[in-house]
Design a protein around this ligand. Structure first.
Ligand code: PLP
Length: 492
């Protein structure tokens, strides 16, 4: 490369548009396209598969030369936007997916404008994240001085909570020495607990069999006596229990553990209480009787939960609150020379979030949470959550009224598990039939429940974390399940 060319490259060219007014026009058009999409969501299919032709077009050669922005935008509009997961649609009931909000769309754009790195330093975004954590501390009645951090989701929040628990049990020296001769650590959770808990235990190097799975009782909460027995067995065998994981809102059925009882057991055996409240923690904002399900949540030493499920915030946004902020920091702080704190400068702003979690560079995910909480307010968000619980109950009532439908688990929160039954069919055939019903419901674009197993039966699982769902959507779902069930079972 000759010198002239080199200096040519080094001069004035940036990645900014050469013509800002043309860029503005494109941007405004794109915003309209996005808002049109949101406004017309209920009229479209819940989901449609990505056509093979589109997959092939996406698999383009390496883009060595750039394209005009309008071309990229139109590819997005035509080849990406129509093939969303569908969780913005009023009849999306699969897994536990939040809906997102229009205000959240704007927040994402604002956050991108600032492009803040929230690993640390002294700038506006940090104060927003701290404020979110402060509001959550108040909602969940954690003591003043408790700390926390926003995360990608409950999976990472859980890992942070459990690593802090290990630091509490073994001391921060473990960070340097790694496992030595101390007894094997053991944690406990209900057999209904989410797989994210086992994954956290695996990532910590404990091995997932050291997350003891305790049977659940009829109400789908942890069996406290079985938990005590498991802890005592482990102590007797020379292992070291360190943590009990309680769940508010299990992913299968929406059941919950008795947190007060778990807290008592933790005090008795000197164990850390971690609570997985991914979506269920927000029952705290609902009316009775649902609010009671989060009873005792303030007893947790660490609490993991999401904003992207039941608070309807855009993906991804989770959080962990930890009562002992100093311990939390001791478990994660790591600041080499080039990251040292410098008072009264951009390098100030202690404590830095990078000292409270795994990531050094972090997005400004707090902004979409801030927009959502401030624009809608906790009162309205609480009403939406209550509404979703009522809807799950309403669906259970619809199911109870039809002899061809069977409720498979008690509805305690926002999840309803049921199935279509044809009287002369054995269970294995019913499993297949109900799986087919769900596949067809999704494929037709009419509704998107998912499936799970409840007491070894395949269930159509409807989880409602959706502010757009109406009772009529549940009636339509029910009628379609009946129609498909009748059609498919008469064909067999
Ligand atoms: C979704 C969920 C998780 C995992 O949370 P992510 O935000 O997906 O990482 C953990 N526990 C429960 C009960 C969940 O519903």
């Amino acid at each position: 490369m000759d010198t002239e060319n080199k200096t040519g490259n080094l001069t004035e060219k940036t990645l900014d548009p050469e013509d800002w007014s043309a860029f503005r026009r494109s941007a405004h058009n794109m915003l309209d396209t996005c808002l049109d999409h949101l406004e017309s969501l209920p009229q479209g299919p819940v989901w449609q598969p990505v056509p093979d032709a589109v997959k092939q077009q996406i698999a383009a050669p390496l883009p060595s030369e750039g394209l005009p922005l309008d071309e990229v935008l139109s590819d997005f509009t035509g080849k990406v936007l129509p093939y969303a997961t569908g969780n913005g649609h009023p009849r999306f009931f699969g897994w536990v997916h939040g809906t997102g909000t229009p205000a959240g769309v704007l927040a994402e754009m604002c956050a991108a404008t600032m492009n803040s790195n929230c690993g640390g330093r002294d700038h506006g975004a940090i104060y927003i994240e701290r404020q979110i954590i402060e509001w959550c501390r108040q909602i969940f009645s954690f003591p003043e001085g408790a700390g926390g951090i926003l995360t990608t989701g409950t999976s990472t929040a859980t890992l942070i909570g459990l690593v802090t628990a290990r630091t509490w049990k073994l001391g921060a020296g473990f960070r340097k020495s790694g496992p030595g001769t101390e007894p094997q650590l053991a944690a406990y959770a209900s057999e209904q607990a989410h797989s994210a808990n086992a994954k956290a235990v695996e990532v910590m190097g404990l091995g997932s069999e050291w997350l003891r799975r305790i049977p659940a009782d009829e109400a789908h909460g942890i069996d406290a006596e079985a938990l005590r027995r498991a802890i005592e067995d482990d102590i007797r065998n020379g292992y070291q229990p360190f943590c009990v994981i309680g769940t508010v809102g299990t992913v299968n059925t929406g059941g919950s553990d008795d947190l007060r009882k778990l807290s008592e057991i933790c005090k008795q055996y000197e164990l850390w209480l971690h609570v997985d409240g991914a979506f269920g923690a927000w029952a705290r904002l609902a009316d009775q009787p649902w609010r009671n399900l989060a009873e005792g949540i303030e007893e947790a030493d660490s609490l993991a939960f999401d904003f992207h499920k039941w608070m309807y915030v855009q993906y991804d946004a989770g959080c962990v609150l930890i009562k002992d902020a100093a311990l939390h920091r001791a478990a994660f702080a790591a600041r080499p020379d080039y990251l040292q704190h410098v008072e009264n400068s951009l390098g100030g702003g202690d404590p830095w979030f990078c000292d409270l979690g795994i990531d050094l560079s972090r997005s400004f995910r707090a902004l979409k949470v801030w927009f959502t909480l401030r624009h809608y307010g906790f009162e309205e968000l609480g009403r939406q959550i209550t509404g979703n619980c009522r809807q799950a109950r309403y669906l259970a009532d619809l199911v109870a009224r039809r002899p061809e439908l069977e409720l498979l688990a008690p509805v305690s929160l926002n999840i309803c598990c049921f199935r279509y039954i044809a009287s002369d069919m054995p269970d294995e055939r019913l499993d297949e039939l109900n799986r087919d019903i769900v596949v067809r419901l999704q494929g037709s674009g009419i509704a998107a429940p998912s499936t799970t197993r409840v007491q070894s039966r395949l269930a159509i699982r409807v989880a409602i974390t959706n502010h757009r769902t109406r009772l009529s959507d549940l009636e339509l779902l029910c009628n379609e399940v009946l129609r498909l069930g009748n059609a498919l079972s008469s064909g067999r």
